[in-house]
Design a protein around this ligand. Structure first.
Ligand code: SF4
Ligand code: SF4
Ligand code: SF4
Length: 431
C-alpha cells in the first residue's frame, strides 16, 4: 500500500471516529436544547410580565414631552475650499458594493471611526447597499467614469454579482478589490470544492440542513421545493440571480486597479487607501502604480509576529482551545497550526498577538501563488523526519498529518479562488 493510500485510509478512520463523536454530541445537544428551551420559555414569560409592569410604571411617572431627543449634527469641513483640484461641488462619487460577501468588509469601512465623517465630507455615496440607497438603475444612468472610486467586497458567485461588477467597472475611474473575498475568493470560493457545483449546494441548503429538511418534510414531503431562477406569475416574470458553479475573484471578471486584502481589511489600510485617493483628487498626488496591493509588506507574517520561533518539530497538531497558550512563544512551536510562514505581512500580526493562529487572510507572499501548497511545505519541513529516526517513519508521519482536519479547507481557506486547484472534480470509471 502506498504512502498516500495509507494516509487516506488513516484519515478515513480518524474522520469516522470524529463523525461518531459528533453524532453523540448532536444528540446530547438536542436534549440540552430542549431543556434550555423550556427554561427559556419560563424566563421569557417572567421577563414579559416584568416589562409590562415596568411600562405601566413608566406611563405613570414620565410626563409626555420630558424625554429629550439628542440629534448629532457634525460640522463638515469644506474640503472643496481647503484642497486645490477638488471636483465640482467639492465631492467625489463613491460606490461601495458587496458581491458574495458576509458584510464584514462593509463594517470595516466604519472602523475608521470618526474619520467616517471625512468620507462624508469628500464623497457622495452613490451606492452602498448595506448602508445607503442607490439602485442599479441610478448607476446605469450615470456617465462612464462618473464614479471616482468603487470598492467591491466579496467574490463573484452569481449573475447579479457579475452584472453589478461589470456595470461599476464601466462607471468608475478607480476600482478596488476590497477584502480577501474580492481579491482571492475568500471563504465563498471554498464552494469550488463541491463536486456537483451549484446543484449540489442548492440541494443541500434547501433540503438537507436541519431547518430546511424539517420545512420540506412538513410542507413539500413528496417534492422538495428549491428556488427557481425564473417564475411566471400572473403579473409577469419573476427572476432570481443564477448561482454559478465556480466562484470567481473580482479580477477574473473585470480589470482591477488596486487590491486591499484582509478579512476584513485593517483600519490602517482603509485610512491609507482613502488618503491616497484624497491626495490624488484634491492635491494631484500621483496614485500608486496600477495593480498595487495596498497595506502589505514584502515579508511574511512571521516577520512581524512578536512570538519567538525555534522551528520545533511538530509531533501532534492541537487546536488553540486544547492548549494553555504560552506568551512570547511561536504557536507552531506549541503544536498549533499557524499559517504565518506562508502569509504576506501587513496586518501587524493581529491574531497571533492575542494567541490565535494566523489563518492566512492576507494571502500568499509575493513570490508564491499557492498559499496552501506553500503551507503544506512549511508543515512538512517541521515533521519529525530524520530527527530520532534516521529513516522516515511513515506510520508516525501518517498519524501526525491525519490529525489535520480538512487540510484543503484549512490551507486554502482564503485563496482557493486564485489557486491552481480551481475546482474539485469527480473521478469516473471506478477510480
Ligand atoms: S473578506 Fe472577510 S469580511 Fe470581507 S466579505 Fe469576505 S468573509 Fe466577509
Ligand atoms: S506564531 Fe505563527 S506567525 Fe508567529 S512566528 Fe509562529 S508561525 Fe510565525
Ligand atoms: S494574523 Fe493572519 S489571519 Fe489574522 S489578520 Fe493577520 S493575516 Fe489575517
Amino acid at each position: 500500500m502506498s504512502f498516500l493510500d495509507k494516509l487516506f485510509k488513516k484519515k478515513e478512520s480518524v474522520e469516522n471516529k470524529a463523525k461518531d463523536a459528533a453524532n453523540k454530541a448532536e444528540n446530547a445537544a438536542k436534549d440540552a436544547a430542549a431543556k434550555v428551551d423550556n427554561a427559556a420559555k419560563n424566563v421569557a414569560a417572567k421577563v414579559d410580565s416584568a416589562v409590562k409592569g415596568a411600562a405601566e410604571d413608566a406611563k405613570q411617572t414620565v410626563a409626555p414631552g420630558t424625554v429629550e431627543k439628542v440629534i448629532h449634527e457634525p460640522k463638515f469641513a469644506d474640503l472643496g475650499e481647503l484642497l486645490p483640484g477638488a471636483p465640482a461641488g467639492g465631492k467625489i462619487n463613491l460606490a461601495i458594493y458587496w458581491a458574495a460577501a458576509c458584510g464584514g468588509c462593509d463594517v470595516s469601512v466604519l472602523d475608521v471611526n470618526e474619520r467616517i465623517l471625512t468620507i462624508g465630507d469628500m464623497a457622495n455615496i452613490v451606492m452602498w447597499p448595506v448602508a445607503a440607497d442607490g439602485k442599479e438603475k441610478d448607476i446605469a444612468a450615470m456617465e462612464d467614469g462618473e464614479i471616482t472610486l468603487t470598492l467591491i467586497s466579496g467574490a463573484v458567485r452569481n449573475s447579479e454579482n457579475e452584472h453589478m461588477v461589470r456595470l461599476l467597472r464601466q462607471k468608475s475611474k478607480i476600482l478596488v478589490a476590497y477584502g480577501t473575498c474580492a481579491c482571492l475568493g475568500g471563504s465563498p470560493a471554498l464552494a469550488n470544492l463541491v463536486v456537483e457545483g451549484k446543484d449540489e449546494i442548492l440541494n443541500y441548503v434547501y433540503t438537507k440542513t436541519p431547518t430546511s429538511a424539517d420545512f420540506q418534510q412538513t410542507y413539500h414531503k413528496d417534492k422538495p421545493v428549491i428556488p427557481q431562477t425564473s417564475y411566471q406569475a400572473p403579473e409577469g416574470e419573476l427572476t432570481l440571480p443564477v448561482l454559478y458553479d465556480t466562484v470567481k475573484t473580482v479580477d477574473q471578471v473585470v480589470d482591477v486597479d488596486y487590491y486591499v486584502p484582509g478579512c476584513p481589511p485593517q483600519q490602517e489600510t482603509i485610512s491609507q487607501m482613502l488618503k491616497a485617493v484624497v491626495d490624488f483628487v484634491y492635491a494631484g498626488v500621483a496614485l500608486p502604480p496600477k495593480g498595487t496591493t495596498i497595506g502589505i509588506t514584502t515579508k511574511t507574517m512571521c516577520d512581524e509576529c512578536p512570538r519567538k520561533k525555534s522551528n520545533a518539530r511538530i509531533t501532534e497538531f492541537l487546536e488553540p482551545y486544547q492548549v494553555n497558550v504560552k506568551d512570547g512563544i511561536c504557536l507552531m512551536d506549541q503544536g498549533i497550526l499557524c499559517l504565518g510562514p506562508s502569509t504576506i505581512g501587513g496586518c501587524g500580526a493581529k491574531c497571533t498577538r492575542v494567541g490565535q493562529p494566523c489563518r492566512g487572510c492576507y494571502g500568499p507572499t509575493a513570490d508564491v501563488q499557492e498559499q496552501g501548497a506553500s503551507m503544506f511545505t512549511a508543515v512538512a519541513s517541521l515533521l519529525p523526519i530524520l530527527d530520532d529516526d534516521p529513516i522516515c517513519d511513515e506510520e508516525k508521519i501518517i498519524k501526525i498529518v491525519s490529525e489535520i482536519r480538512d487540510p484543503l479547507g484549512y490551507f486554502y481557506a482564503f485563496t482557493l479562488g486564485k489557486s491552481l486547484i480551481k475546482k474539485a472534480v469527480k473521478e469516473t470509471g471506478g477510480q
